[in-house]
Write a protein of this length. Structure first.
Length: 422
């Protein structure tokens, strides 16, 4: 083994063992620290999450969306965090490419950049040119990611167990199951390729200003995804654009995320800032189809029913809607508690006027506090698995809208998506 290989081995070892930063023993110590002091939980969890890298970071980002689980500033910074996994150097990339596409792989490209252009949560992205001329992005996965994810999920189970004991308002069994299934799916770049093609076709049949990169199947495997290279600005740049253009971006972003859901029952479950780009005309380039979820029509009917229930202020309709979402053991106290969160998320969609998405930054915090208080009265709730990505998408897109700082008639925007349901 030459020096190069052994240093690469160490580098990959570091990636593959991110889980060891948070061992079972460390979690027990955390547990001891917060016994009988549930107020300390957010602080303790923050310390633990601060050490995480790689795939489990996504879990941190999801936890950031559970109201009250983490302090607001921590939740916000976790949601913006980009993967910082150490990168694979050129000799290792060459070997990984040969493993994926065969020893002759260099003949398939006229150019392949040695330096990665971006980090991915399970690997890295290289810019390249195919021998047929197309400029592409090659997302190449690190080896051994399955064992890394499994280790991380064990730690997550311990952390959530601790959370349930100290702040007994959530039963996380479905949440854990969902995270496990979806994180494991992210390993499979062939599945991601199929999802990307599905979204590409779905938007290709509309006039919506959304671009999905073309994929190149014969240059892809389950650990290598080759797709059209797409340039665009990220949201932090768009923040400085004109208000007219920002309004267009906000509308387009809303449609990019919710047209697939309300018209076709599929949702891109990760509207993280790194997962889309914006063209100078305000079109949305959607990236990263590693976390796509399909929803049964019965569930979507529940989403529409909840909207009507809030519109009519009807507790019985709301109760039925939550049943359709998959909530169990509903009591009137629990329905009241869930309604607080639902009113916060649906509020702008019910209000037929031009307005900011939230009237003040305090609004979300107040809603979260009120939900927690109400759940302490009503007893534990077990969110259904579908709730995880519905909430994640809403909070992720909502946070982008707040960054853009635009005022829109959200009600009409939403109606135009839902009403055109064929
Ligand atoms: N088609 C593309 N063109 C240009 N850059 C891309 C493309 N796809 C991904 N990237 C870059 O690579 C990063 C990681 O890719 P992504 O698919 O989001 O990986 P992950 O699933 O690990 O988050 C993106 O945030 C983006 O910066
Ligand atoms: Mg991504």
């Amino acid at each position: 083994m030459n020096d190069d290989t052994s240093s690469l081995g160490r580098r990959i070892g570091r990636v593959a063992h991110v889980a060891t930063t948070l061992s079972g023993a460390a979690i027990k110590t955390l547990g001891a620290k917060i016994t009988g002091n549930s107020d300390a939980f957010p602080q303790v969890l923050t310390e633990a999450l601060g050490k995480l890298k790689g795939p489990i970071m996504k879990v941190g980002q999801i936890l950031a969306m559970v109201p009250g689980m983490l302090p607001d500033d921590v939740a916000e910074s976790l949601m913006q965090l980009q993967s910082q996994a150490p990168s694979m150097g050129w000799p290792f990339v060459r070997r990984r490419m040969a493993f994926e596409l065969g020893a002759e792989w260099p003949t398939k490209f006229t150019h392949f950049e040695k330096e990665a252009s971006a980090a991915a949560s399970l690997g890295q992205v290289h810019k390249a040119q195919l021998s047929s001329g197309e400029i592409v992005a090659c997302k190449l996965q690190y080896p051994n990611m399955l064992s890394s994810i499994e280790g991380d999920l064990d730690q997550l189970r311990l952390l959530l167990g601790l959370y349930e004991r100290t702040v007994p308002i959530l039963d996380t069994v479905n949440i854990q199951h969902e995270l496990k299934e979806r994180l494991k799916e992210e390993l499979d770049y062939r599945l991601e390729l199929r999802n990307m093609e599905r979204f590409r076709k779905l938007f290709g049949n509309t006039n919506l200003p959304v671009i999905v990169p073309k994929s190149f199947e014969s240059y892809s495997t389950d650990r290598l995804l080759t797709m059209e290279w797409c340039d665009g600005a990220d949201l932090m740049v768009v923040k400085n654009w004109s208000i007219t253009l920002k309004r267009r971006v906000a509308e387009n972003l809303f449609q990019a995320w919710y047209y697939p859901l309300y018209q076709h029952g599929v949702l891109h479950g990760d509207p993280h800032f790194g997962n889309y780009r914006i063209t100078p005309e305000g079109q949305i380039i959607m990236l990263d189809f590693g976390c796509v979820r399909e929803f049964p029509e019965s569930f979507l009917a529940g989403v529409r029913k909840l909207y009507r229930a809030l519109e009519l202020n009807s507790a019985s309709e709301a109760n039925e809607a939550y049943e359709m979402w998959g909530f169990e053991n509903l009591t009137s106290e629990l329905v009241d508690a869930l309604n607080i969160w639902a009113k916060f998320l649906y509020g702008p969609l019910l209000d037929d006027r031009i307005r900011p998405l939230v009237e003040s930054p305090q609004e979300g915090k107040d809603a979260a506090k009120a939900v927690i208080q109400a759940l302490k009265q009503s007893g534990k709730v077990r969110p259904p698995k579908e709730f995880v990505f519905m909430d994640r998408a809403a909070v992720g897109i909502g946070s982008a809208m707040i960054h853009l700082g635009v005022e829109l008639n959200w009600h009409q925007l939403f109606q135009s998506l839902v009403e055109s349901k064929k």
